[in-house]
Write a protein that binds this ligand. Structure first.
Ligand code: PGA
Ligand code: ZN
Length: 412
């Protein structure tokens, strides 16, 4: 039974303030949940409450006054009732009254406290009767777009260790590629460009997408893993879409959506691109579909396109827009809605990617979320920076402790 819910201000990995919520039961069981924060957000995301200086005092007030009052006395295991109560209490479409940051941190804290009260691992509690699976990591090791200061328009260049038998082997091989990438960047451009971006990737002074993919290929080769890694990209293309002219500004040129289809197809012909996120702007369900039907071997994935919202996912399913979805709990605001979104994707044979945000905390909850829900992939940055390694280390811990299969077999 919930006795008290309390929010405090803490720091995220960018040094911005965010909210941590503690839930405490009558029996003295206590745990917390944190709200992460995005930089390249989708326009349909739930809204976080902040004050004019970027602090989250308004969200703290939501928790300490309204949410604490409304949820006191609830059985902490009644996640769905609690989440529905939060949704009702907020009463808006986008969680802008109480704040999505206040709500998601509470929702996560409730789940973690319930698991603790039951003496279960968080992934076991979340998973219920599901089969568990260790997700395949999508490691973003080279940055462009809004996450970097170079001229690359594509936001994330990702390596995918699919051909390994265990998560630990896959992850450690990935770190070797990552180190070789740093060596190459140091040789070619100087050590200063190995400084880490928000998600732990390097951001060398490159101008064109292909130069980045070439560098990744060289790093994989140098590490001795030629042919064993696939590549992925998060274009986050709403950020280089010129809405007025209806063109994408990339590699020093302007391209129409049709030209972007050729552009991506050419890259996929040259490099083993298994994964491509947000290749078109967040309203263009049709061109997503056209590209997906053309690139059958690539998992075209919607992040800003769906913002973890079932309403837009249904539109994507109707249009056959993508074979993959990004799942970010703070985009929608409660775990119950996150599960609904995840299950809708699963029922439609769409690949799932549980994802961090570029602004994270050291909480490793999404690792348990991915294992518990039996997700295909997890996306949690480079194998560096404490807030990213916290998630990888938690999965290593789970793999070591439990016999759960590495989920690389059902991807292709
Ligand atoms: P964000 O970006 O967390 O800064 O929004 C991550 C992504 O686009 O996947
Ligand atoms: Zn994205």
């Amino acid at each position: 039974i919930i006795k008290k819910i309390k929010g405090i201000e803490i720091l995220d990995s960018r040094g911005n303030r965010t909210i941590r919520v503690f839930v405490e039961t009558e029996g003295g069981i206590k745990s917390f949940g944190d709200a992460p924060a995005g930089a390249s957000k989708g326009s349909r995301e739930a809204i976080e409450l902040r004050d004019s200086k970027g602090g989250v005092k308004p969200a703290i007030d939501s928790v300490n006054y309204f949410i604490n009052d409304a949820l006191r006395g609830f059985d902490v295991r009644r996640q769905e009732d609690i989440d529905r109560t939060l949704i009702q209490l907020d009463g808006t479409d986008n969680k802008s009254k109480l704040g999505a940051n206040a709500i998601i941190a509470t929702s996560i804290a409730v789940a973690k406290t319930a698991a603790k009260a039951l003496g279960l691992e968080i992934f076991q509690y979340i998973g219920g009767g599901r089969k568990h699976r260790i997700p395949v990591p999508l490691l973003n090791i080279l940055n462009g777009g809004l996450h970097a200061g170079n001229n690359l328009k594509i936001q994330e260049f990702i390596i995918i260790p699919l051909k390994f038998n265990k998560f630990s082997e896959a992850l450690f091989a990935s770190t070797e590629v990552y180190k070789q990438l740093k060596n190459l960047v140091t040789e070619k451009f100087g050590k200063i460009y190995t400084a880490l971006g928000d998600e732990g990737g390097v951001s060398p002074p490159l101008n064109k997408t292909e130069e980045a993919l070439e560098l990744l290929s060289d790093a994989v080769k140098k590490a001795g893993y030629e042919g064993e890694f696939f590549f992925g990209m998060d274009a986050a293309s709403s950020d280089f879409y010129n809405e007025k002219e209806g063109v994408y500004e990339i590699d020093g040129t302007k391209k129409s959506a049709e030209e972007m289809i050729d552009y991506y197809s050419e890259l996929a012909g040259k490099y083993p691109i298994l994964y491509l996120e947000d290749p078109f702007n967040e309203n263009d369900f049709e061109h997503f579909a056209e590209l997906q039907s053309k690139l059958k071997n690539t998992i075209i994935t919607g992040d800003d396109l769906y913002t973890t919202n079932v309403k837009y996912l249904k539109k994507g399913i109707e249009n056959k827009s993508t074979r993959g979805v990004i799942v970010k709990p703070n985009q929608i605001g409660t775990l119950t809605e996150t599960y609904e979104f995840f299950d809708t994707a699963r029922e439609n044979s769409i690949k799932t990617v549980i994802s961090h945000r570029s602004g994270e905390t050291e909480d490793n909850f999404i690792a348990d979320l991915a294992v518990g829900l039996n997700s295909d992939f997890i996306k949690t940055g480079a194998p560096a920076r404490g807030e990213r390694t916290a998630k990888y280390n938690r999965i290593l811990e789970i793999e070591n402790e439990y016999e759960i299969e590495y989920g690389n077999k059902n991807i292709i």
